[in-house]
Ligand binder design. Structure first.
Ligand code: ADP
Ligand code: MG
Length: 234
């Protein structure tokens, strides 16, 4: 049951999904992976999306990030309705979201600090400011000694931290992260979530995190569980 305080019509909502279904394939290969999803994520909060492997978590996260097209139902993200959104608005919306995805690669030809500076270009023309800011954020995720390394010279966990630094540098209204702590050890995993939750609180932003890591529950205001394509508030 969806509790009324989570209803789909509140302005503090960064994400509102109402009656969203999603199907992969067609004909006899057709497979329904999300059924009648109702979901809300609010400002200032970390929202967790949990559930077994193959339950549809990443599919929902990529729908929210406008990385795949909504097929039906209503999905509002940062005030934009994604059902039938045009391409220009979709691109504009994606720029307002910070993605921390395993598959969302860093620019391989740029060093760690250049990858972070890249997103700061949207904010400032001052290259010294950008360098210092990028350095400060990389330092805060424990990468001060690797600022000049290229992605190929970093471990999976370090690359993940660069992606997190990039999302933090952007200071977006909404961060979407798919298994953000999967390649991190226990203490850096918690540190990253602590930083994300501090940013959400300070900037009145929100984050939706897909995770298997139940230690993160204490940082979340809202937990949703998906199982066999059905969602429930946990
Ligand atoms: P989760 O992130 O919870 O592990 P996913 O959203 O990745 O789940 O996948 C949900 C279901 O959809 C799985 O059964 C998966 O095999 C299937 N699936 C995911 N991506 C595709 C795709 N591109 N084409 C067809 N089926 C897919
Ligand atoms: Mg997944």
């Amino acid at each position: 049951m969806i509790d009324q305080s989570n209803s789909c019509h509140e302005s503090a909502n960064l994400v509102e999904a109402c009656g969203v279904n999603y199907t992969y394939g067609s004909g006899h290969l057709k497979r329904n992976v999300l059924s009648d999803i109702h979901f809300v994520a609010k400002r200032g909060e970390i929202t967790l999306l949990i559930g077994p492997s193959g339950s549809g978590k990443s599919t929902l996260l990529t729908l929210i990030g406008a990385l795949r097209s909504c097929q039906n139902g209503s999905l509002k993200v940062l005030g934009e309705e994604l059902l039938d959104i045009n391409e220009a608005s979709r691109i504009r919306l994606r720029r307002r979201i910070g993605f921390i995805f395993q598959s969302h690669n860093l620019v391989r030809a740029l060093t760690a600090i250049e990858n972070v500076e890249l997103v700061l270009r949207l904010k400032s023309n001052d290259s010294i400011f950008r360098y210092n800011k990028a350095y400060e954020i990389l330092n805060s995720v424990g990468l001060s000694e690797h600022v000049s390394s290229y992605p190929s010279q970093l471990s999976g966990g370090q690359r993940q931290r660069v992606a997190i630094a990039r999302a933090l540098a952007m200071e977006p209204a909404l961060i979407l992260a798919d298994e953000p702590t999967a390649s991190l050890d226990r203490s850096s995993g918690e540190e990253v979530i602590r930083m994300l939750s501090e940013m959400c609180y300070r900037r009145n932003a929100g984050a939706v995190l897909v995770t298997h890591d139940l230690r993160l529950e204490k940082y979340a205001k809202r937990i949703w569980r998906i199982e066999d394509g059905l969602i429930s508030s946990y």
